[in-house]
Design a protein around this ligand. Structure first.
Ligand SMILES: [Zn+2]
Length: 419
């Protein structure tokens, strides 16, 4: 039985890998449609042939890595269950202490370590690769430092979640997902509140904009959008990457707009102002709050499905999965496996919503700046600095793109008419 399941799981994984490879490298096209050749969306008009070739290669390999990493994680959770490794960790944790809280800390630590070790090769390949294409500028030790911080941040977050979750599972039996959902709401809001002030600074330095001349212009724009001045920050990213970015984060008094210093260094003033106006669009249209609402709904549905599937699987296949009860810690990989599959399955929807919001933010940016040239150039520069595809394959777009494709963004700007 064990051998048969392992064999099937590994074969399924390999088949997924081959299918993705064939799709990305042979079937899917990413060229610009004929009628748009030679226009501002055509990479041939703003990249040299070497950059075009690199961006194609880089995007293909990155997409491949993404699509093989997710099922790799599923395979890992599955094998760790059927080989009884999770069960072994649980026994170990139980033999050390009678206290639930200590048992969950020990179990989770063991699971986190093995999961870190098993996923490390893929993370490392991804890092080396990004470095080879000159996107990442991080030294190995700096990169490793981030990995270690990641490990501990995840561990602490998971420790809180798992301890409470398994306590609820014991206490509420089959209906555990209801209190888990209700508690996830204040927890998530709390995490979003502390993210910019507690978690993000563990990785990078944040400070008010250094370029005072630019700051004045940005603040003038912020005033036009009714955004209080203390919400604009710069982050030191140039020691890690050449890519460009800006984003809106946090809620309440911790809400802020953050610009990577790479963006400030590589783009001209008009482009930066367009990007700022875009970010202000997210802020003004309160996308973070819609995000929270969406998250609450998805978490509810997700936990309900997870509970249903888990209860059923443990009842019917508990022996094979080496899980005696849903509420025993050894079922955690099963919980993580189901939620990961659900998140992946939901990603076309969440990405679609995100792309809609990004489109709105782009429109807002145009309303504020009304500078087509700067906007088009921004998107072209973003393509160049991130070596991204202007017109990615369909599956890549629906599973990976939280922003409209560059082709769509540039087209929108070109067709834009101010109200
Ligand atoms: Zn945006």
């Amino acid at each position: 039985m064990l051998r048969k399941w392992t064999f099937r799981a590994v074969i399924a994984y390999l088949l997924i890998g081959i299918a993705v490879y064939v799709y990305l490298f042979y079937l899917a096209g990413s060229t610009v449609p004929d009628h748009l050749k030679g226009t501002s969306v055509d990479p041939a008009t703003f990249l040299n042939s070497r950059e075009i070739m690199l961006s194609e290669e880089y995007s293909k390999i990155r997409n491949l890595l993404y699509f093989i990493s997710t099922p790799y994680e599923w395979l890992f959770y599955f094998l760790i269950l059927i080989f009884g490794i999770s069960k072994g960790f649980e026994r170990w944790a139980e033999s050390t202490s009678r206290l639930h809280i200590i048992q969950s800390a020990i179990y989770l630590f063991l699971l986190s370590v093995i999961s870190f070790v098993v996923t490390f090769p893929l993370s490392y390949i991804s890092y080396r690769f990004s470095k080879a294409y000159n996107i990442s500028t991080q030294t190995f030790s700096l990169w490793m430092k981030d990995e270690v911080i990641d490990f501990w941040v995840n561990f602490i977050e998971m420790f809180i979640i798992v301890t409470v979750l398994y306590w609820l599972m014991k206490r509420f039996k089959r209906r555990w997902w209801v209190p888990a959902w209700l508690l996830s709401i204040p927890f998530m809001i709390f995490m979003m509140f502390i993210q910019p002030v507690v978690i993000d600074p563990l990785y990078n330095d944040f400070y008010p904009l250094k370029n005072k001349d630019l700051e004045t212009k940005i603040l003038a724009l912020a005033e036009k959008a009714n955004i209080p001045a203390e919400h604009v920050y710069e982050v030191n990213m140039s020691e890690k990457t050449n890519a460009l970015n800006a984003y809106v984060t946090g809620i309440g008094s911790n809400a802020r707009i953050v610009l990577w210093d790479t963006t400030l260094e590589q783009l001209n003033e008009k482009e930066i102002l367009f990007i700022m106006a875009h970010e202000m669009g997210h802020y003004v249209e309160k996308h973070i709050y819609f995000g929270i609402a969406g998250y609450i709904i998805l978490t509810g549905i997700g936990l309900w499905i997870t509970a249903g599937v888990m209860n059923r699987l443990v009842r019917k296949k508990g022996t094979e999965l080496k899980v005696t009860a849903v509420s025993s810690l050894s079922s955690l990989p099963l919980f993580l496996l189901i939620t990961s599959v659900l998140l992946f399955a939901a990603s076309p929807i969440t990405n679609w919503v995100s792309r809609y919001e990004e489109m709105r933010a782009d429109r807002y940016g145009m309303e504020m700046t009304n500078d087509k040239k700067a906007a088009v150039q921004t998107f072209q520069d973003l393509t160049k600095s991130g070596l991204s595809q202007v017109n990615p394959p369909f599956l890549v777009k629906i599973f990976r793109y939280g922003h409209p494709t560059m082709l769509e963004r540039i087209r929108m700007v070109e067709d834009f008419k101010k109200k």
